[in-house]
Design a protein around this ligand. Sequence first.
Ligand code: MG
Length: 496
Amino acid sequence: MYVSPNSGSRADLLVIDDTLANLRLLVNLLRENGYKVRAVSNGYEALETIQKSPPDLILLDILMPDLSGYEVCKRLKLDVNTQDIPIIFLSALSDGLDKVKAFTVGGSDYITKPFQVEEVLARVKNQLTIQWHKKQLQLEILEREQAQEALRVQYQREQALNRVIRSIRNSLEISTVFSTAVTEIGQLLQADWVAIVQHFSQHRSWQPIVEYFPNSDLAKLVNAKLSSPRYLLTERLKLLQTFCVENPQEILDEFNQDLVEQYPRIWLQIPVYSDGEVWGSLSIVRHHSVPWSETDVELAVVVTDQLAIAIGQSQLYQQLHQVNQELEHLANLDGLTQVANRRRFDRVLEQEWLRLRREKLPLSLILADIDYFKLYNDTYGHLAGDDCLRQVAQTIHQTLKRPADVVARYGGEEFAVILPNTSLPGALQVAEHIRQAVFNLQLTHQASPGKGVITLSLGVSSLIPPMDEEQQILIQKADQALYKAKKQGKNIVCKL
Ligand SMILES: [Mg+2]
């Protein structure tokens, strides 16, 4: 019963009565029963005392000169700082106590004079108990609201973090990961600028890779400033330190100091590392001067860790992509002559056959065979033979002008040239150029019964691919033409 609803210590009561005998009686009674009691004898003094130090409970005489108890009560109820203090009115029945009015103006209870000790104590205790429960309830509501708010904030953060992580896992495009990260963290931390800044150690420079700006004025400023290569926060980042900047004096370099001075704000800077070295930083700026909370920093660090993983993944992916491309290239190349191999020839011929069949356009094929090549190998050896194959392959390759034309090593000393969108006269012309170019190489072939140099025989076929035929028909025809060229004395071009 002695406990204050506010402080947990003894309850603090204020007694207000203009009759000193009443005042003394009540003060003594209440003190004897363990309360802390203050006493005043008029309304104005009461208001002043209450303003300075609000009591837990007020006992208030109704009939007083100057300011009545009702008036004091009304004024207290109008002030947010005092409106919750319970008031017990004191009145003699002979004073004409208006019970309804007492409650209407905001009184909690009333006691009639002459005072009965038990009644006074019971009513005081009653009001203090009600007040204590009220406070407890308010406290519980507040705690619940705070807990709910904390949960809401935590939920929002987890959602945002999940979005960032999902984006990182779902995207091989590092730029998508970066832009998701800065937008999410910018919105979540109510930042005015978020940037992922990459450090280029060779040039000793920093460059924002991606930025988030809810405020476009700042965007202009930052972009202008970042053209300066000086970004000396590097030293802090190199120590792998996360740090907050709250005072422009802390920032030594010109670029950052300018910004901090123009915009009263705080910076949060977190290093992003890859392979144990500083790759760059996540830089977050807020105008309003709410300090970074521990959870803000934790969240930013988690995002930064995810970024580091994404950067590592992206680098691996790029390497893998490059290796795959090299492998793909190698898989399509003839190792000896460095022109397309038979595998690629088959694929290109099929693709072009289908495409030109749809488009009803001609496809031509040249098959070229080195004359007396077995004799060349027997005479000069296989190393010289390989060298000869390389030279002939490269010569054919150089003769072709259009990117879609493909030369492939078809067999031992046999080459094939695919000429899409080329009719027979065009293909014959190309074949003749090839024959001439190889002849012009003047590769000595003493054992040859022909011209004493390496020559080619070439067979040409050309077709607008018919609907009911496959590309083998084109190969057969070119092969027959080649056979004809061989029969007719070699070093010539034949068509079928
Ligand atoms: Mg009185």
